[in-house]
Design a protein around this ligand. Structure first.
Ligand code: FYN
Ligand code: ADP
Length: 597
């Protein structure tokens, strides 16, 4: 643990005024005491937290300085929401809660979207926000950045805690860590009032108050009966299917999951962020036959995937149901750590509750050596459908239209990712997201990071920064021009930390597409279009990175290869046909349009 250095003891009526350099100098150091700043830093370090994503300001600026001085890596952002997204995806990649640190009220609110998104996606994250003086906030007397942050955070996260006394910091951090990573992971809010930071307590007592959380995410072993019930269903299926979700990717049980798929011979469908858990080129992947396997399957095993909107709630036409809400007749097995997930949308015939690593191990143990492979008619039918779709895709990708379109640009990205399978692929947008998902194969687990359960826009630069920082590798971010706008200013952060991030903007001048016009003929542009042929690459140049505008696949290939070879922050502005793209990409049906007269 870090050696304690102490600052002044808190007086009962310590002011919440901004911490100034002179105030800091005035605080007489003593070796017998430790303050809230250092207790918090020590509590985090004690639990292996080595990185903080945040945005300094009152009352946490000194915390960021001291954290950096203590050896924690502090990544400072330009907007808290991006810091929050970074923390959340760091949590997903590492199974350790990602920490996002913000100032009070507005900073807290800016981070809150990311916290809610983390909870929705089951990413472990802790939003740590400074807050104003409790007694003034609670009496609503108009404090600086007054807000009851704890109450506001509660409905949007898995758990929320506030620490009022320095001796409780250890407990507060321990509770936050345990809550973030145990069971179904999620977002946690930790409220730290300004007064807490300079509070000093006896150093020895402080040291003893810290908790190193033992076994923060304990294994949860499924019952033998639940595993047997699931295997019985699977064994007797005529047309079995396994769906891998991002919970399966998060679990880091990659080798066992692959063994389960290969031993059973059952075709599998990866959800978006589970792409690469097994290489997308695996012969059992049914991704290229998605709209065939969902309605045709008779027994479906979900591993770390929920039957939410992304899977049409397990019913309706996608599943072969006669009407939008009708059941398609499938039997479902659901492997999930959350016991309440089963039956959320349709009947789950065989829930297997436990952590995915333990569940898959238990299945492998019961499967034994004599598992009967799925009927060949089923496998052949899928193979046939796949071949057709792959051939259709190959034909589209081989075209080289002028101007470039999504396909001809992504054909290049597909090659670059194949040549750099360890690179992280961050992806957001509508068409830019949907086309990338189906065109660009992934080869390794947890490399594809995207908009997730909410289809959220704005994760681009935050995810990229976190992937480069905690994943310590090259990042390729494929961005719609609209999606990039939400976090574009963070290219300064990318340049400041010199991160190997290659941002590719598929620029078609607007949301979905850029060729709409104002029907009134007035001077305002149509609501969904942007400045024509915007030079986004200059934003990267402004901060010392490399900016390139490209108009052909060859130029795009060269720019991406240069970026990866140099590892320099690069923004490639790929100009594509402004008429390319459909309303909302592949989820047009969710976007209500006015009835035509
Ligand atoms: C997939 N496909 C392929 C391949 N992979 N063809 C050839 N080769 C390969 N490798 C086919 C696949 O079989 C589908 O064709 C089609 O490509 C699309 O595949 P996808 O994307 O997996 O399927 P689909 O139907 O789009 O998936 C539904 C969905 C998905 C809801 C899971 O659209 C999704 O994740 N959407 C997220 C949208 C989002 O969040 N948007 C952000 C908000 S945008 P067919 O089988 O022939 O159908 C705000 O406006
Ligand atoms: P996708 O969007 O890829 O379908 P979801 O986010 O909907 O994935 O589902 C992930 C599921 O995985 C959640 O229901 C969550 O409870 C579960 N999950 C997350 N981590 C684990 C784990 N370690 N073990 C078991 N289940 C997990």
């Amino acid at each position: 643990m870090e050696t304690v250095t102490a600052t002044r003891k808190e007086t009962p009526h310590a002011s919440s005024a901004p911490d100034t350099a002179s105030a800091r100098e005035a605080s007489a150091p003593s070796t017998q005491e430790i303050d809230g700043f250092h207790l918090l830093i020590d509590a985090l370090k004690e639990n292996g937290i080595d990185t903080i994503f945040g945005l300094p300001g009152i009352p946490i600026s000194d915390l960021t300085r001291k954290a950096q001085a203590s050896g924690i890596r502090v990544i400072s952002f330009r907007h808290e929401q991006n810091a929050g997204y970074a923390a959340s995806i760091a949590g997903y990649l590492t199974q350790k809660p990602g920490i996002c640190l913000t100032v009070s009220a507005p900073g807290f609110l800016n981070g809150l979207t990311a916290l809610a998104n983390a909870t929705t996606n089951c990413f472990p994250m802790i939003l740590v926000s400074g807050s104003s003086e409790r007694e003034i906030v609670d009496l609503q007397q108009g404090d600086y950045e007054e807000m009851d942050q704890l109450a506001i955070a509660k409905p949007l996260c898995k758990a929320a805690f506030r620490v009022l006394h320095a001796e409780d910091i250890g407990i507060g951090v321990a509770r936050a860590i345990r809550a973030a990573v145990s069971g179904r992971p999620g977002g946690i809010y930790l409220d730290l009032p300004a007064k807490l930071f300079p509070q000093a307590i006896d150093a020895e007592a402080g040291k003893h108050s810290l908790i190193k959380v033992v076994d923060p995410a304990p294994r949860q072993i499924p019952s033998n009966e639940s595993v047997a019930r699931a295997l019985e269903l699977l064994k007797n299926a005529a047309r079995p299917l396994i769906i891998l979700g991002k919970g399966a990717a998060y679990a880091q049980a990659d080798a066992d999951i692959r063994t389960l798929i290969e031993k059973t011979g059952i075709p599998y469908l990866p959800m978006s962020m589970a792409k690469g858990l097994l290489p997308d080129t695996h012969e059992q992947s049914a991704a290229a036959a998605r709209s065939f396997v969902l309605p045709e399957s008779d027994v479906v095993m979900l591993i770390g995937a929920r039957l939410n909107w992304l899977l049409s709630h397990g019913k309706g036409k996608t599943w072969g149901g006669a009407s939008p809400k009708a059941w398609g007749g499938q039997k479902f097995i659901q492997v999930d750590i959350s016991p309440t997930e089963a039956d959320s949308n349709v009947r789950i015939d065989a829930p297997v509750v436990g952590d995915i690593g333990s569940c898959v191990k238990a299945m492998l143990a019961q499967i034994g050596a004599n598992w009967r492979q799925p009927p060949s008619e089923w496998l052949d039918a899928i193979g046939e459908r796949k071949r057709k779709n792959v051939a259709k895709m190959a034909e589209t990708l081989s075209k080289n239209p002028t101007p470039m379109n999504f396909h001809s640009a992504l054909n290049v990205v597909r090659d670059i990712v194949k040549a750099n399978p360890d690179a992280y692929l961050v992806n957001e947008g509508a068409n830019a997201l949907d086309f990338t998902r189906s065109i660009v194969d992934m080869y390794k687990p947890r490399k594809r990071l995207d908009v997730g359960t909410w289809g959220i826009m704005g994760i681009g630069m935050g995810f990229s920064i976190a992937a480069a920082v905690v994943g310590k590798g090259q990042v390729i971010a494929i961005e719609g021009d609209s999606a990039f706008g939400f976090s574009g200013m963070e290219v300064e952060t990318i340049c400041r930390y010199g991160l190997p991030v290659c941002v590719v903007i598929l620029n078609n001048n607007g949301v979905y597409r850029g060729d709409e016009v104002n029907p009134t003929g007035g001077p305002d542009p149509a609501p969904l279009v942007f400045v024509k042929d915007a030079r986004y690459e200059k934003l990267m140049e402004a901060f010392g990175g490399v900016g390139v505008q490209v108009t052909t696949p060859d130029e795009l290939r060269k720019a991406m290869e240069d970026a990866i070879r140099s590892g320099k922050p690069t923004l490639v502005n790929a100009m594509i046909d402004e008429g390319a793209g459909t309303e909302s990409g592949r989820i047009t049906g969710l976007n209500p349009t006015a009835k035509k007269k």
